[in-house]
Design a protein around this ligand. Sequence first.
Ligand code: HDD
Length: 754
Amino acid sequence: TESNPLKRAAHKITGEPAATGPQDGVPGKPGPESPSVAEPTEPREPLPPKADQRGPATVSPTGQVTGVDQAKVAQGGAYLTTAQGVRLHDTDHSLKAGPRGPVLLQDHHLREKIMQFDHERIPERVVHARGAGAHGVFQSYGTASTVTKAAFLAEDVETEVFVRFSTVLGSRGSSDTVRDTRGFATKFYTTEGVFDLVGNNIPVFFIQDAIKFPDVIHAGKPHPDREIPQAQSAHDTFWDFVSLHTEATHHTLWNMSDRGIPRSYRMMEGFGVHTFRLVNAAGETTLVKFHWKPKLGVHSLVWEEAQIINGVDPDFHRRDLFDAIESGAYPQWELGIQTFPDTPDQMFEGIDLLDPTNIVPEELAPVQPIGLLTLNRNTSNFFAETEQVAFHVGHLVPGIDVTDDPLLQGRLFSYLDTQLTRLGGPNFNQLPINRTHVPVNDMQRDGYHQTAVHRGVAPYKPNSLDGGCPFAAGADAGAFVDVPVQLPESVKVRAQSETFDDHFSQPRRFWLSMSPIEREHIIAAYTFELGKCYEQAIKERNLQILANIDPVLCSKVAEGLGLPAPEPTVPLVDVQPSPALSQVGEVWPADGRMIGIVAAPDADLEGVAAVREAVLGAGMVPLVIAPTGGPLGSGGLKPQRTFTTARSTEFDAVLVAGAPAVGNDAYGARDAKANPTAGQSGPVDPRVVLLLAEAFRHGKAIGVWGGGDAALSAAGVPADAPGVVVGTSGPSTLEKLSRLMGSHRVWERFPTTV
Ligand code: HDD
């Protein structure tokens, strides 16, 4: 009955009981009852399968698709069984010679259970090991139909998708908010087969030729002797590599910018990086670059915040994505293309389109929207979906083809190859998450983990024994036909085009396009990362690179390192800035943002309840933070966080109702005693003081009412500082605070010198 999906489903993350609890994000569908405290005693059928738990389709020789209910195969019946379906009556005790005796070798259940467990892990991805995925739908506008015949890009076509976001360097268990590039890989289950767009949140790459990929990754991964640091670029081997391969300058600069620490996966751009080739129905070709534009805008953390989150909530991005989808705040991106004529030189306005270290500024080639991606369903099993999903840049559909970008060409080899080790053989395409949603008739046979029961005797072509099946299709029947691209006359060489040699003018454009605040962040990031290097020569070599980007950048970082700033060794190019590259200046919707509301039992609880409703009504998520987990006041207002579990980094803005005093609970009083300086003014709980001080330092909007200004002064936050609202009531304070949130942070609070 509730029309606002956030309001309807927010109980999933706010912990409140739902009147009509949604299940699987499906509004109105009653959810499972909360588990009772006592152990259940009656056998019960497992929950019905979710859509993504259905098994791969089986295709008959005539192309008829029949679904196998994988959930039944994997998890059916109310009783515990062995893998062979034999019912068990005890899985907690191994078979022994007497209760204190040795375990018997004959215990077949023990043996099977432990064997399976011993082999639960598969190798993590060699890069992009840490990730989070979600299901969704892609709605095409049809605006790309003139340049591509791809069926899923025709007008009003809806295509199911699966998206996996990731960090590049860290292991599977590493933290989400490290400084790194983020992966943005999308699998489109189109009516013409699977198309994968395997991109990043940064539009350029470190290297121009895939042959260097093992090298750049070896340099970025932890040092091989002691395997540190984890998921970081702040170490000698990374900076050694990027200073010796100056083509890495542009990507490195993006990593040192705010793009390296996104606020959320929901607030990242995505890029196909390479130039691709589209083909339309008439066989005409167009070169394109793909862009994902988040509806919420592009936003980042600040560095201290990112570091704190690494400790207090290493799953920050994963949780954020999951919670947003669960609560109905579905993240959306528009897919766009920049188009370029497919000229023989494959250059555009002097920019080599085959060089993946280049962008084409949006001011020169506008991004034209072609469809809308909505992520609306969480995974129901991380391993089966997010871990087993296998992307490949060679998963193309008719109408989309590759170019000769040497990085892309190498990727075409790598993505299939890596799955053999990771997923244990060539049949990973049959895993439910990888399976195309259209009939498959591929003449591939056997291999490890083959699950299809193929019919017929003639998996070769032509044949007469299976009636000639399967038949090859022509382009008119939707076949992928390679574009007959004219190649220049050439000789076999290990070399690259001279047009790949300018490594500094594009980074310079990026630097010049940044606002002063963003430049400060870049300077701070280089100063931090190079400051973590041990080798003086590596610091100096990198300062030389910075001098070739911009003298101010170089001198500021040099100052921080305590080293002299070198002169540039290349002439500084007079490039036009590209305002589209800056993240600061626009106003964005605040949907799905997290609002912390601090309240003690003696606060204006009616005001808190009203604010909570208003936050939900505005499509944001309210989290009430109280001294303990118990209900507040006679109205029974339930807190979602306590002073012990809350940290400022979880919230985009903080509201305080009153000034929660020390001693509201034993822990607050103890903290105050142990750390008397934290609670400077004495009466305010030190954890609230910390919350406010951090929120202020990180440029977050803060609102107080009902005596909350005492909490502000305890935290050293001036009541008249930019982005601080001292209101007369909860709702009026929230209203002013919400207006501040559209710009993501209160940028005026950050000092700038450049
Ligand atoms: Fe890659 C994974 C993106 C260059 C080799 N890559 C991987 C993933 C993303 C990217 C998002 C994770 C996919 C997932 O979620 O499963 N990679 C990129 C981009 C690149 C790029 C945007 C440059 C423009 N990659 C690149 C090169 C090579 C690889 C040059 C090798 C020559 N990438 C791989 C891989 C991975 C991979 C080893 C590891 C796991 C996987 O493929 O499935 O094959």
